[in-house]
Every structure is written in structure tokens, then in C-alpha cells.
Write a protein that binds this ligand. Structure first.
Ligand code: NAI
Length: 258
């Protein structure tokens, strides 16, 4: 396993991670803590979130959990307020919570699935950005990373709603970055390829034959690990990435270079 993030990159900072109870979000929460940040973990999954903060505390880090559904603007505002109450400020935010909507063709994707994917993946990021920008504008600085996907850069015929939602996240990221660049705030997106998390396990269960194709889809010949995304997220939030703004960064083993 790779070192999740450079120690001391974020000492004295506070980071907020949505979807931090599992997969990439948990890896990012651990990586933020490893880099020295105090971490607020938010998710609808209370057991998973409790486990994430226990892992951080066991390693000597500072962390707390708040149950939050990112589709609910009131809960998102409360999540950001609780972060500032608990840790005094908000320096870094990783808007990561998301769902896939399942491996279906466009004609098999029903309206309810489309609406749910948009509500979590797009409206959720929208709610988070709004609440976080208010705090960061008052502070005069901050760095936000939104979770997009390679599906936000290229077409994905069996993930039609998901692909639309992740393209929207890239657009939102660019608009937010341009809107607040002159006020000390950077907003970027990450665009992972297939990463080994419960979300992808779900596809593999649905479409067994996909396992081989997933392995082959990245030019490096393997799927990615959550730590490999987490390290990039932490770095993008740090001063080491001070001139990177409005970017949609592929983390895909070269998939989108084809
Ligand atoms: P995961 O399923 O392990 O984690 C997603 C987390 O989001 C879960 O803890 C879940 O409870 C939480 N969540 C779902 N709906 C929520 C809501 N309404 N409010 C708050 N939390 C909610 O999946 P994974 O793979 O770690 O996904 C994290 C993000 O990474 C997602 O946005 C996903 O689209 C994105 N992504 C994943 C890739 C992969 O191959 N695993 C590739 C590219 C992007």
C-alpha cells in the first residue's frame, strides 16, 4: 500500500470529507489525518463513519463524525457549522459522497434512478460548495476538491445518469473555481478510473464478465486503490498545489490518455 499522504502537509488545518464512511472517502479521511489535519467525517452511514474516526483516533489523529445526507441542504449547512464549531475553521473540503445508479443502459435507467443520482452526486456537491464557500470567504482562504470521475470526462454507456452527474460536477467545479479564485479559494475535481471500493464491487456482482474488462481498462493493467486517490486529494488541498485551480485531474492509470 502506498503512503497515503506526505506527513505534515496540513498541520494545523481542518478537513471535511463527505462519504467518509467507506471506500475513497475513508481513505481520504485517513490521509488528511496522516497529513496533520483535524478531520470531520460526514455520511449517512453512521457505523462506517464511527469506524473511520476510530481508525484516525487510534493513529493519534483528531476526528469527529456527523451524520449527514448531502441531498438535504439543512443537514449540509449543519455539517459545515459543526465542523467550524468543533475545530475552529474549515481549510479543506472533499465533496466525495456519491452513488452509481447501477450498471444499466440509458433505456433501462428509470426516472427515479436518474433523479436520485443527480440529487446525491450533483445537488449534494452544490449544497456542500455553497455552505463551504461562505465559511472560506469569511476566512479568506480554503481549498475544495469535488469528486467527479473519468465518467465526467468521457462517455460511459452503461452509467448514463452517473456520467451526466459527473460531467456536471466538473462544470460546477470550473464555475466555482473561476468565481472565487481572486478571493483565496481554489476548487478542483478529481476524476478516478475504476478504484477498488464497495461501489465497484457492486458492478462486478451485477456483471461478472466486467471484472476482466475493468482490469484491462486501465493502461497500467490494474484497477486503482483508494489510497492512490486520497493522496492526490490531500495534495490538491495543500499549499503544494497553490497554482492548481479549476482542474479536473484524472487518476486513472492512463485510461483517458487513450
Ligand atoms: P463507496 O460506496 O465505498 O462510498 C460512498 C460513500 O458515500 C458511502 O459511505 C455512502 O454511505 C456515502 N453516501 C452515499 N449517499 C450519500 C448521501 N446522500 N449523503 C452522504 N453520504 C452518502 O464508494 P466509493 O467508490 O468510495 O465512491 C466515493 C466517490 O468516488 C463517489 O462519488 C463515486 O462516484 C466516486 N468514484 C468512484 C470510483 C470507483 O471506481 N470506486 C471511480 C470514480 C469516482
Amino acid at each position: 500500500m502506498s503512503d497515503p499522504a506526505t506527513p505534515s502537509l496540513l498541520i494545523g488545518k481542518t478537513a471535511l470529507v463527505t462519504g467518509g464512511s467507506s471506500g475513497i472517502g475513508r481513505a481520504a479521511a485517513l490521509a488528511f489525518a496522516h497529513a496533520g489535519a483535524a478531520v470531520m467525517v460526514a455520511d449517512i452511514d453512521v457505523d462506517g463513519g464511527t469506524e473511520t474516526i476510530a481508525l484516525i483516533r487510534r493513529q493519534g489523529g483528531s476526528a469527529d463524525f456527523i451524520e449527514t445526507d448531502v441531498t438535504n441542504a439543512v443537514e449540509v449547512d449543519a455539517m459545515v457549522a459543526a465542523t467550524v464549531d468543533r475545530f475552529g475553521r474549515l481549510d479543506c473540503a472533499f465533496n466525495n459522497a456519491g452513488i452509481s445508479g447501477g450498471w444499466v443502459s440509458l433505456l433501462d435507467c428509470d426516472d427515479a434512478t436518474f433523479d436520485r443520482v443527480m440529487a446525491v452526486n450533483v445537488k449534494g456537491v452544490w449544497h456542500c460548495l455553497r455552505a463551504q464557500l461562505h465559511v472560506m470567504l469569511d476566512q479568506g482562504n480554503g481549498a475544495i476538491v469535488n469528486m467527479a470521475s473519468v465518467a465526467g470526462l468521457i462517455g460511459t454507456p452503461m452509467l448514463p445518469a452517473y456520467g451526466a452527474s459527473k460531467h456536471a460536477v466538473v462544470g460546477l467545479t470550473k464555475s466555482a473555481a473561476l468565481g472565487y479564485a481572486d478571493r483565496g479559494i481554489r476548487v478542483n475535481a478529481v476524476c478516478p478510473g475504476f478504484i477498488n471500493t464497495p461501489m465497484v464491487d457492486g458492478f462486478i456482482e451485477q456483471v461478472l464478465a466486467l471484472a476482466d474488462r475493468v482490469q484491462q481498462s486501465a493502461p497500467v493493467g490494474r484497477i486503482g486503490q483508494p489510497d492512490e486517490v486520497a493522496a492526490t486529494v490531500v495534495w490538491l488541498c495543500s499549499d503544494a498545489a497553490s497554482f492548481i485551480n479549476g482542474a479536473a485531474v484524472p487518476i486513472d492509470g492512463g485510461l483517458t490518455a487513450r
